[in-house]
Write a protein that binds this ligand. Structure first.
Ligand code: PMV
Length: 323
């Protein structure tokens, strides 16, 4: 068996990873992070080692990948080849069923699905922790998407680990896609610039582990409101640090959406916001209040559409055909 099909989901960091370990070329996070894997949105990936191929082929969303995107995929496949003694060239086909401009890190689901498919296609019997370590070489956040539910990755960590299952805390994530989609600065470049230039880089490196530890404890206690407050604090601290280095992911609609979340909260609904390396706002709500919060966010100025997600499973093998 030299081929495998997998599926993996994106994840949303509640306590954020921002910054790599100094001097590390290996994508090692400088701070711990805790995320929730998001069901309903998926990357499907097919990998085949094929003796008839003269070069590696990487198709993303039906299009031939080139340059840096292709190199990152081939870099992960090269590690699989080295471990398995595999000499054949590879065909990789990967497709997302959610819009890449949705502000959900497609690299997380993409590299989690790729790592698992590559390992299985090469006949390696690696456990999930080893697959997670491999996925991290493509994108740090991908290490977390190998697992389902609530997942953490230590500072300096090589592989992520599950913290609590999907049904641990009934959460809804409402991804508010904002208008004005300029091309965002990539996360690798954004965090490098932040660490080099932000006068608040040390403050972030100091605060992030504390926010993470508190958030982890609140999650284990199923304290939704405290988890939400800390998730919002983590995102605001990360962006304040980045903005001070001139790394600005927000636009006017981001600010308006954050204000709409605060207004809802002021009116008595426990909702909290988080933002990643882009202008979109992700709103955390209790699952029981998701429909009402979704309607309120749809009406907020600057919100183009709202995508609803719930905690989901980790990366896994599938039999289905990519469409
Ligand atoms: O690992 P990357 O390159 O996808 O970076 C992820 C950065 C954030 O999404 C902003 C935070 C996180 O922990 O996912």
């Amino acid at each position: 068996m030299s081929e495998a099909r997998t599926i993996a989901h994106p994840n949303l960091a509640l306590s954020k990873y921002w910054g790599k370990r100094e001097g590390s070329l290996e994508r090692v996070p400088a701070v711990p992070s805790l995320s929730v894997t998001l069901g309903g949105l998926a990357t499907r990936t097919f990998v085949r080692f094929d003796a008839s191929l003269v070069d590696d082929r990487v198709l993303i969303g039906g299009e031939e990948a080139r340059g840096e995107a292709r190199a990152r995929v081939v870099g992960v496949v090269d590690r699989v080849r080295a471990a398995a003694g595999e000499k054949r060239r590879v065909l990789v086909e990967s497709a997302n069923d959610f819009p890449t401009a949705s502000g959900l890190a497609s690299s997380a689901s993409a590299f989690a699905a790729l790592a698992l498919a590559g390992v299985r296609a090469a006949g390696l019997d690696w456990d999930a922790a080893r697959v997670s370590d491999l996925a991290r070489r493509g994108s740090v956040s991908a290490a977390r998407s190998v697992f389902g539910g609530y997942v953490e990755l230590d500072a300096g960590g090589e592989s992520a680990r599950p913290v609590a299952p999907c049904d641990h805390m009934p959460l809804a994530v409402l991804v508010c896609v904002t208008t004005d989609q300029r091309k965002a600065i990539g996360s690798t470049e954004g965090m490098r610039t932040t660490m080099e230039r932000s006068p608040y880089a040390h403050a972030w490196l100091d605060a992030a582990p504390r926010l993470h530890a508190e958030l982890r404890a609140a999650l284990l206690a199923r304290d939704f409101e405290h988890v939400g407050e800390l998730a919002e604090a983590s995102a605001l601290a990360m962006h304040a640090c980045a903005i001070a280095a001139g790394v600005v992911y927000w636009n006017g609609a981001t600010i308006d959406t954050l204000a709409a979340v605060r207004a809802l909260r002021g009116a008595g609904t426990p909702v909290y916001a988080t933002v990643d390396a882009g202008p979109h706002v992700k709103v955390l709500a209790r699952a029981s209040e998701a429909a009402r919060v979704r309607d309120a966010m749809r009406a907020a100025p600057g919100v183009e559409r709202v995508i609803e997600a719930r905690p989901g499973e980790g990366a896994r093998l599938v039999d289905e055909v990519i469409t």
